[in-house]
Design a protein around this ligand. Structure first.
Ligand code: PHE
Length: 335
């Protein structure tokens, strides 16, 4: 008898251990503990044993009955817990979470658009360092030390000879040092000036342009810039060239476009002048060509530099330049 109840227990546990659902557990519970179950039957048969063995066998059989019952309950709890964990964490019927796709910053988009327009006009793209030598940012561009024109470019100095470039014009020198004429390049990139208010940020973006060839004239400069403005905005946007001064161009001109908001009648955006300043330009100064070893009797050229943030503001009619830097997705999502 002793071996038998032990064997019954062992078989029951084996079967219960591999049961993987509640129905199987219930069926096993009936098989062993039910009214006609194996353990129940065993207990009933104890009465047929000699009286002196009955208490001991009865005790053992009742223990096994209790153990099987406990095992069934524990297994049921475990299965229920597994299922609820599945429900909480892995409900495959829930709709998925969409991947949020970002987009290019409006200033980047406008930079690319400007580059595209000039690429179609035969200009190559050149890029260079934002931490620049005084030589490239000023000296080679015909700004002698202590020249008052340096004052306009509120410069961040890294050391006496190294600055954060205040404009993209140093790229004119870097390209010409390495490339013989003729050439046409544009150079987009970040520039830095120690200036911060409604319309100025200490970091902003420019695109520089440079064309060097034989027989270039101010008329070519006007033609290229007019084509650019008409493609960037529309053909109704007229341009105005105003005499100006840059040490590296002669003659120099600042270019205004007809205000895109009021079309010339005067509004808050154009300070009631009807015009908006978008770029600086001019014919390359011979001193600059001499600094890079170009033959000034044979070659002439023109250069221009525009503020990309400014153009992006006009293109998208944005009234505050700081919006570009606030990183507010509600603003950025509109482009
Ligand atoms: N670099 C000048 C500026 O930042 C703009 C400019 C570029 C003017 C090229 C003339 C020619 O103000």
């Amino acid at each position: 008898m002793k071996q038998t109840i032990e064997r019954i227990k062992k078989e029951a546990i084996n079967e219960l251990e591999i049961a993987s659902d509640v129905d199987t557990l219930n069926a096993l519970s009936v098989k062993y503990l039910g009214r006609k179950g194996i353990v129940t039957q065993y207990l009933r048969n104890i009465s047929e044993l000699p009286p002196e063995r009955r208490p001991e066998e009865g005790k053992k059989a009742n223990q096994v009955k209790k153990q099987i019952s406990q095992f069934v309950n524990a297994a049921k709890l475990r299965l229920e817990k597994d299922r609820s964990e599945f429900d909480d964490g892995l409900d495959v019927s829930l709709p998925g979470r969409p991947m949020i796709q970002g987009s290019l910053h409006p200033v980047t988009q406008v930079t690319w658009e400007i580059c595209d327009i000039f690429a179609k006009l035969g200009f190559h793209i050149a890029e260079g360092p934002e931490v620049e030598k005084d030589y490239y940012n000023f000296e080679a561009l015909n700004f002698p030390k202590d020249h008052p024109a340096r004052d306009m470019q509120d410069t961040f100095f890294i050391s006496e000879d190294v600055v954060l470039r205040t404009h993209t014009s140093p790229m004119q020198i870097r390209v010409m040092e390495k490339t013989p004429p003729p050439l046409r390049i544009i150079a987009p990139g970040k520039v830095y000036r120690c200036d911060s208010d409604l319309t100025h940020t200490p970091m902003f973006n420019q695109v520089e342009g440079l064309l060097v060839d034989e027989n270039t004239s101010f008329g070519d400069l006007k033609g290229i810039l007019t084509t650019f403005v008409h493609q960037m905005f529309d053909d109704r946007t007229s341009l105005r060239f105003r005499p100006s001064f840059f040490p590296f161009t002669e003659p120099s001109a600042e270019v205004d476009i007809l205000c895109l908001i009021c079309r010339g009648s005067g509004c808050r955006v154009c300070s009631h002048t009807g015009w908006l300043e978008v770029l600086g330009s001019g014919m390359v100064h011979p001193a600059v060509f001499e600094n890079v070893g170009y033959d000034t009797t044979r070659y002439t050229g023109f250069a221009f530099g525009m503020g990309v943030d400014r153009i992006a503001m006009l293109k998208y009619k944005i009234d505050d330049i700081r919006k570009f830097f606030e990183n507010d997705v509600r603003f950025l999502r509109q482009f």
